[in-house]
Structures are given as structure tokens and as C-alpha cells.
Design a protein around this ligand. Structure first.
Ligand SMILES: C[S@@+](CC[C@H](N)C(=O)[O-])C[C@H]1O[C@@H](n2cnc3c(N)ncnc32)[C@H](O)[C@@H]1O
Length: 279
């Protein structure tokens, strides 16, 4: 429930959903293009078997999805869906040569599948929704009886930078979390998934930590930490327009954070859980 009583009405829920949809739009796919099944959805990589049918919900440009098709092989079948037509167009262009991989523009809240997939998965998607439970119900409906639902998501409240980021970035990050929660998004969703899985009736629920830790000696350290410079730029622009932060403060946060990455940063750990259950 949202603490604002007006937002618990049907109209309020619609408003939240509209805000969440606008705030979730990815204007730059660089971050998700760089992901892979092996590096970015490790628990899924462990459980996929040849011949399986898999639905990847919120697949973006298909960077993880095409790794799934490699593992299910020619006997399997993979569908990736996303509500952003630009991302799906890119996915279709990149992977049109793979016959048992299909991409469709669809909304997670109205999936047309019933009892169809061995695995239904979403990675880093429910964090962007105002009604993640409704989405989980749709995912569950899409899985076969005995099939598995696997959700990978963050708890942004447990973000850990060492040493502490500059004050300006902390101010930005606090505003970012408020901007998200005001649209009905759950900043701590990773830690709420287990109870959501229980409530939807899934069995044998298993939680696997998949925290994304990068340390400054690792080759991908800059790329991973600079994700937050990207967020302060792309999402920051939206936040400025919506009066969650002044442009001067946003720009200072981005500048100071880039300097911190360059000169001081030792590690970054994003708290990420994989939660799975059987239908
Ligand atoms: C952070 S990206 C994650 C992409 C990919 N799964 C990954 O882990 O890199 C979240 C994705 O969810 C999609 N998304 C957000 N709301 C959605 C909805 N209502 N229905 C379908 N996809 C949605 C976005 O368009 C975006 O591609």
C-alpha cells in the first residue's frame, strides 16, 4: 500500500503506474547491452537445461536472452518480451538469425501466455514497477505446472560504496530513491520477493545472493561504477524536470562522483538476490 491514501484508489494506482512507466523508460541501452547470461544472470545459467522453453520478461535488447537460447539449444525455445519498442527492435536486428528465439513488444501486466514455459524469468525489471505483485502473477500464469519462476532484483537501500561517496552524490542518490518510491517502486524489492513468491503460491522457494561486487583492481571497475554517473545524467535529467533535484546539484553530484571513481573509489557492491520458486 502507498502511504498516501489517495494513491490507494484505482485512480491513484493508475497514476502510480503511469509515473513508474515514464520513470522506467531506458533512454540509453549501453548498460544493459553490456550484460550477458553468464555474468549478469548467474543462477539462471545454472538451471537451464537443453530443450527447455524460457520466457525472459523485460529482456531489453536481448543481451541476456540470446545467451539463454545458446543453452536450451535447437530443441528449446526462447521468447523475450519488453514494453519498449525501441529495445525490441534492436533485439530483433541483433538476433534475427536465431530461429528459436523470438522478441515481442508486450507489457508485463498483460501477458498472453498460459502454462507454457519451463522457466519464466525477469532480471532487474520488478524494481521499476508500481505493481510488482501483479507482474509476478502474470509471470506465474505463463509458467507450466511444475515450471519455475526466477526473479533477479536489487535492494537499492543496501547499496554499498567504499569509501563513502561525496556528499553531493549522497544527496542525489537519496533524491533518486525518493523519485522512485514516489512512483510506487519498491527500492528494497529484493528483500520482499520471498514473501511475494509465497503469496502467489509458489513452492520450494530458494533465495540465492548474487550481489554485484566490483573492486578497483578489476578490469570492469570503471564501467560498473560509472553506471551511477550515467544514472545521474539520464535519470537525473528527468528528476530535474520533475523538481526532485536542482540542475546545479545534479551536475555537481555527477562531477564529484566521476572524480571519486577516478581518485578514491575502492569498491562498489549492489545488493542483488535471485529468488526462484516452482509453480
Ligand atoms: C533495467 S532493464 C533490465 C534489462 C535486462 N533484463 C537486464 O537485466 O539487463 C529493465 C527492463 O524492463 C523493461 N520494462 C519495464 N517495465 C516493463 C513492463 N511494464 N513490461 C515489460 N517490460 C518492462 C524495460 O523496458 C527494460 O528493458
Amino acid at each position: 500500500m502507498n502511504p498516501n491514501p489517495d494513491l490507494n484508489s484505482g485512480q491513484g494506482q493508475n497514476q502510480l503506474q503511469n509515473s513508474a512507466e515514464q520513470r522506467a523508460v531506458l533512454t540509453n541501452s549501453g548498460i544493459i547491452d553490456a550484460r550477458s547470461l553468464e555474468q549478469s544472470h548467474k543462477r539462471l545459467a545454472e538451471i537451464i537445461q537443453p530443450g527447455m522453453t524460457v520466457l525472459d520478461v523485460g529482456c531489453g535488447t536481448g543481451a541476456i536472452t540470446h545467451g539463454i537460447v545458446d543453452m536450451v539449444g535447437s530443441e528449446g525455445m526462447v521468447i523475450g518480451i519488453d514494453n519498449n519498442p525501441d529495445l525490441i527492435e534492436k533485439a530483433c536486428q541483433n538476433y534475427s538469425h536465431i530461429s528459436n528465439l523470438r522478441f515481442e513488444v508486450r507489457d508485463i501486466y498483460s501477458l498472453p501466455y498460459e502454462n507454457q514455459f519451463d522457466i519464466v524469468t525477469s532480471a532487474r525489471v520488478l524494481q521499476w514497477l508500481s505493481s510488482p505483485f501483479a507482474a509476478l502473477e502474470q509471470m506465474t500464469q505463463s509458467a507450466k505446472i511444475g515450471g519455475r519462476i526466477l526473479v533477479l532484483d536489487y535492494n537499492h537501500e543496501k547499496m554499498d560504496w567504499k569509501p563513502e561517496v561525496p556528499d553531493s552524490m549522497r544527496v542525489f542518490y537519496t533524491a533518486f530513491l525518493k523519485w522512485r518510491s514516489d512512483a510506487g517502486m519498491d527500492n528494497a524489492i529484493a528483500d520482499h520477493l520471498k514473501e511475494m513468491f509465497e503469496a502467489v503460491g509458489l513452492q520450494n522457494i530458494q533465495v540465492t545472493p548474487q550481489h554485484e561486487l566490483v573492486e578497483h583492481h578489476q578490469p570492469n571497475f570503471q564501467t560498473q561504477t560509472l553506471i551511477w554517473a550515467g544514472v545521474s545524467s539520464f535519470k537525473g535529467e528527468q528528476m530535474v524536470q520533475e523538481c526532485y533535484i536542482e540542475e546545479g546539484k545534479r551536475a555537481k553530484a555527477e562531477h564529484d562522483y566521476r572524480k571519486w571513481v577516478e581518485e578514491e573509489a575502492k569498491s562498489q557492491c549492489m545488493y542483488l538476490l535471485s529468488v526462484e520458486g516452482i509453480k
